[in-house]
Write a protein that binds this ligand. Structure first.
Ligand code: ATP
Ligand code: MG
Length: 418
């Protein structure tokens, strides 16, 4: 990519409502722009980060035999009435009617739609297990959208659903998802922990949350020395205490703030019972299917990763989700033919080595370009000016260090691919 056809929308100022670092940096670095409360458009750089995260999720879910589908975001009310969540879900469910006065909602989660889908196609234990996921926009009319994409009203979630003939099959699948999630968060290079959680209005009898540890997190976690533990709701019930301080006093557990980036649930037969999703077993009995559901907040991960990885100059992307691996910054390329042609050569060489790169070919000062790319947070910076063009070298700077090194192009490729 060249900046001349991959626009960079960096800006200096941030609105006063941007309280946390990730929200400020996402606006400054030109990743997102606000449309209305809790709704954001994703600009080219931001979208590349989302796609990197999605690639990791897809790969790990495919590895456990989960296939991708896509369901409509507008859902008919009848299904929510069948599951009895039309009333239970409350004002977070955005409801409306169509021209025929039929009631609909904008999907905040998809248990109803998928249960309805599966029950129409599956009737025998022989067709199970089934594991499906989608990555799509969800809408929740949050009472207090804040922190940018961290608590948005419209956001991208990966939601997976599994269907089984028995509790033990569900138990096995649940463990598979848990280990896929561990792989995902490890590959995304996040500092995270898994806690016991309550099932909220999704339901079921066992659930775990995945949290990125960060001071700006909205959730209270109670953790032991190995960072295992539970969220506050569970701790209150478990230790029969009604506040954080008294639980800490009673248990000696450590309190940390977390950003919930994933949540997995054993739903059991909650939806299959209400929506009559039945199968015939091996011994010809008719039973309700056993279900699990597994969510990941894709867009929330972007903010969580920034909360954990930034400094006073901007974002410092973990290698695996950086929008680009390398940025090439040319100095006065528009005025100097040698610089332009040497930069273009490096650009092509990196392409041949399958290294993703962006080439800043703008007519702008070196200082401004450097500021922009430190803000955007690409981990490897390549600088090309008169000297480098003459010596057929590049100057390398890591986003993290201050040192600048004039090196050969082969050494650059080694540095990046190591
Ligand atoms: P929270 O407690 O933060 O409101 P939740 O428990 O209601 O989230 P789930 O129903 O478990 O959320 O949804 C699965 C995942 O979707 C969450 O773990 C989270 O990462 C993400 N998510 C939920 N609500 C939002 C939101 N308003 N904005 C961005 N991501 C969200
Ligand atoms: Mg949750």
């Amino acid at each position: 990519m060249k900046v001349s056809n991959f626009p960079v929308f960096t800006q200096k100022d941030v609105p006063s409502e941007a309280e946390v670092a990730s929200h400020q940096l996402m606006i400054k670095s030109g990743m997102i722009r606000k449309l209305s409360s809790g709704q954001y458009s994703w600009l080219p750089i931001g979208l590349r980060v989302i796609q990197k995260i999605q690639d990791v999720i897809r790969e790990e879910l495919n590895n456990i035999g989960c296939s991708e589908i896509l369901m409509p975001s507008v859902q008919p009310a009848e299904l929510w009435k069948e599951s009895e969540r039309w009333d239970d879900y409350g004002p977070e469910l955005l409801r409306f009617t169509d021209r025929h006065n039929r009631e609909f909602c904008l999907g905040p989660t998809f248990e109803e739609v998928i249960t309805d889908l599966i029950k129409k196609d599956v009737s025998s234990y022989k067709q199970l297990p089934i594991n499906l996921f989608q990555i799509s926009s969800k809408f929740r009319d949050e009472i207090r959208p804040r922190f940018g994409v961290m608590r948005a009203r419209e956001f991208i979630m990966k939601d997976a659903y599994s269907f089984h003939e028995s509790q033990s099959c569900l138990d096995m699948a649940y463990e598979n998802y848990k280990s896929a999630y561990k792989n995902i968060f490890k590959r995304l290079m996040l500092d995270y922990t898994i806690v016991d959680a309550d099932s909220g209005n999704i339901g079921g009898n066992e659930s775990n949350e995945f949290h990125v540890i960060a001071e700006t997190g909205e959730d209270d976690l109670l953790l032991d020395d190995e960072l295992n533990g539970m969220n506050l709701e569970i701790a209150k019930v478990k230790y029969s205490e009604d506040n954080l301080e008294s639980i800490i006093k009673k248990t000696g557990l450590t309190h940390k703030k977390g950003i919930e980036v994933g949540h997995i649930f054993k739903l059991g037969q909650k939806y299959s019972e209400k929506m009559k999703a039945k199968i015939t077993t091996k011994d010809s009995k008719s039973i309700n299917m056993f279900m699990g559901c597994y969510g990941i907040g894709v867009t929330r991960i972007v903010a969580a990763a920034i909360e954990q990885n930034h400094d006073s100059n901007g974002i410092i992307w973990p290698k695996s989700i950086s929008p680009f691996e390398v940025v090439i910054i040319e100095i006065d390329g528009h005025k100097n033919k040698e610089v332009r042609s040497h930069s273009s050569e490096i650009y092509d060489l990196l392409q041949n080595s399958k290294i993703s790169r962006i080439y800043d070919d703008r007519d702008a000062s070196f200082g401004n370009k450097m500021k922009d790319w430190e803000l955007i947070g690409v981990p490897n910076i390549v600088i090309i000016g008169k000297n480098e063009a003459k010596n057929k070298t590049i100057t390398y700077k890591s986003r993290l260090g201050n040192e600048k090194l004039e090196i050969k192009i082969e050494d650059l490729i080694n540095k990046i691919t190591l």
